[in-house]
Design a protein around this ligand. Structure first.
Ligand SMILES: C[S@@+](CC[C@H](N)C(=O)[O-])C[C@H]1O[C@@H](n2cnc3c(N)ncnc32)[C@H](O)[C@@H]1O
Length: 132
């Protein structure tokens, strides 16, 4: 989250979501500087329920959590909140996936993402775009 805040500051804004209160507290502690400056907020949420408005987000990033999603619901909610032209990047260690990484590509396309690219890594990386 801190790297994202650095990347978008001072004109952008980062929303970090995590369902775990413990992990949110750790993130907030690490990112206190950007929270104070208003560049970052940490909210309860998940990939499946980001609680962001429709078409309000330029880019979504998932680091080492896609294996914990209800993936059809997660890809669908992220597609919903991205603006047309918005981009999703998912990165994950191969050894924590108990399925073939190619399924991520299929699931992203099923949710409506286009131009989906999957790199075998390591780490596995998926880049996908919302066009409409
Ligand atoms: C293995 S940790 C990764 C933390 C950090 N991104 C990293 O790479 O060090 C997985 C994180 O995903 C969160 N998580 C669990 N279920 C999730 C979901 N459905 N959507 C988004 N994040 C979730 C967990 O609470 C935890 O903070």
């Amino acid at each position: 989250m801190a790297l994202a805040a650095v990347a978008v500051s001072p004109s952008g804004h980062v929303i970090g979501v995590d369902p775990s209160a413990v992990m949110r507290a750790m993130a907030a502690e690490r990112c206190v500087r950007w929270i104070r400056s208003g560049d970052l907020e940490v909210r309860p949420g998940s990939a499946e329920n980001t609680s962001c408005a429709n078409e309000s987000i330029d880019a979504a990033i998932s680091v080492n959590n896609v294996m914990l999603w209800d993936r059809p619901a997660g890809f669908a909610d992220i597609h919903r909140v991205l603006r047309p032209g918005g981009r999703l990047v998912v990165t994950v260690h191969r050894h924590v996936l108990d399925f073939e990484p190619a399924r991520l590509l299929e699931e992203a396309e099923a949710a409506g993402f286009v131009d989906v690219r999957l790199s075998p890594g390591p780490p596995v990386e998926l880049v996908a775009w919302r066009v409409q």
